[in-house]
Design a protein around this ligand. Structure first.
Ligand code: GRF
Length: 196
C-alpha cells in the first residue's frame, strides 16, 4: 500500500510512520506534502529520503487550485491512501472526491470530545480523567469523520500540559501505524472475499 502524508508542523507522527514502515514491505511512504516552508517535517523528509511537495497556497491562486495540485501530485506518485499528520488545512472537494474514504487523520483527544485546536489543553482544563487520541476518516467537517480507532491516555493528578502532551503523542505514534496495518489487512481480506 502506498501512502502519502500531509503535514504542516513538527512531524513527530510523520517520523513515527516512516520509522514504523521502513522495515516493512507492506506499506510504502511515497511522499510528504507540506504547506509550511519552515516546518520541521520538511527537514525530516529530507533526512529520511522521502520525496516532498511544498505547496505555497499563494494568495493570488484559489485554494481549490492548490488542492487540485496536491491531488494530482499524490495520484502521480501512486498514492492510494492519504494520511494527515498535523496538516493544518481543511480538505475540500478536489482531495475528498479523488480519495473517497481513503483519507485518515489523527486527533489528540477522544473524539467527539475536544475537537479543533489545542485539544490536549482543552482536556486538561476540563479536568477529564482520561483522554487520548483518535484516528478517523476525513470528511468535509473538521474532526467529524467516522472513527476508526482510539487509544486512551489517563490524565494524572500531577500532569502539566507538557507531560500530558508527551504521553498523548506517544499514544499517537503507536496507534497510527497500527491502524494503517489493520486497514491493509482488512482491504486484502475483502478483496480476497470478492475474488472467491
Ligand atoms: C498531533 O497531535 C496530531 O494529533 C494533530 O497534530 C499534531 C501533529 O503533531 N493532528 P506532529 O507534527 O506529528 O508532531
Amino acid at each position: 500500500m502506498n501512502i502519502g502524508i500531509l503535514a504542516s508542523g513538527k512531524g513527530s507522527n510523520f517520523e513515527a510512520l516512516v520509522k514504523a514502515f521502513r522495515e516493512e514491505n507492506r506499506v510504502l511512504v511515497k511522499c510528504l506534502v507540506s504547506d509550511q516552508p519552515g516546518a520541521n517535517v520538511n527537514t525530516l523528509a529530507d533526512q529520511y529520503g522521502i520525496k516532498k511537495l511544498l505547496v505555497s497556497f499563494d494568495k493570488d491562486r484559489t485554494k481549490l487550485d492548490d488542492e487540485t495540485k496536491i491531488a494530482d501530485y499524490l495520484i502521480a506518485q501512486g498514492v492510494e491512501w492519504v494520511v494527515l499528520a498535523g496538516y493544518m488545512r481543511i480538505l475540500k472537494k478536489p482531495m475528498l472526491s479523488r480519495f473517497p474514504n481513503r483519507i485518515l487523520n489523527i486527533h489528540p483527544s477522544l473524539l467527539p470530545s475536544f475537537p479543533g485546536l489545542n485539544a490536549v489543553k482543552q482536556a486538561l482544563d476540563y479536568g477529564v480523567k482520561f483522554t487520548g487520541c483518535t484516528v478517523h476518516y476525513v470528511n468535509e467537517n473538521i474532526d467529524q469523520g467516522k472513527i476508526i480507532a482510539q487509544k486512551v491516555v489517563p490524565v494524572l493528578e500531577e500532569d502539566t500540559l507538557d507531560s500530558l502532551l508527551l504521553r498523548v503523542h506517544q499514544a499517537e505514534h503507536a496507534l497510527y501505524p497500527q491502524v494503517i496495518r489493520d486497514l491493509i489487512k482488512s482491504e486484502k481480506h475483502s478483496s480476497l472475499c470478492q475474488k472467491h
